[in-house]
Design a protein around this ligand. Structure first.
Ligand SMILES: [Zn+2]
Length: 159
């Protein structure tokens, strides 16, 4: 059994429209998403964290809302959603991973493994972080290719 385990439940809710903060679309089709995170430590629940988000259907950006619960959010009319969204859901974890790749891209495997880990956070990487994420692929891949080539060469010619 893992010490820390998180159960994540996502419920997609009804549709409405918003002026998207991610892609800038005016009156973009959107829908409500409720995400319930329940972390467990040694099988003991640490309580449930409830997030009510509005997702732009054009660019899939998640927007944070002021709503405390899904039920509370459903009281708002769809043409009132703009007033309820606060900002883009922009977790810092992928930024930390990108910064790590910048530091260790030249290491055998390490940079590549962190880079691959970032794939599951793609939707949260935007702007200059997105550019960095795209740019770091080549040096990371080339460095690992060089390590493999070096390893093969060493195996063939080494003592
Ligand atoms: Zn959008």
């Amino acid at each position: 059994m893992r010490k820390l385990y998180e159960k994540v439940e996502t419920i997609e809710g009804p549709a409405g429209w918003i002026d998207c903060l991610g892609c800038g679309s005016r009156s973009a089709p959107a829908h409500v998403r409720q995400r319930l995170r329940t972390p467990y430590y040694f099988g003991i629940s640490l309580g449930t964290d409830n997030e009510v988000l509005v997702v732009c259907d054009v660019c899939k950006s998640e927007h944070l809302t002021r709503a405390k619960s899904f039920q509370a959010f459903m009281e708002y009319r769809p043409d009132d959603w703009n007033a309820q969204i606060t900002k883009l859901n922009s977790p810092s974890f992928p930024k930390i991973l990108i910064a790590l790749v910048l530091l260790v891209w030249w290491c055998p495997l390490l940079g590549l493994l962190i880079y691959l880990q970032l794939r599951s956070y793609r939707q949260y990487i935007r702007g200059k972080w997105r550019m960095l994420y795209g740019l770091m692929m080549w040096p990371t891949v080339v460095a690992n290719f060089c390590w493999i080539a070096f390893g093969v060469y060493d195996a063939m010619h080494g003592q």
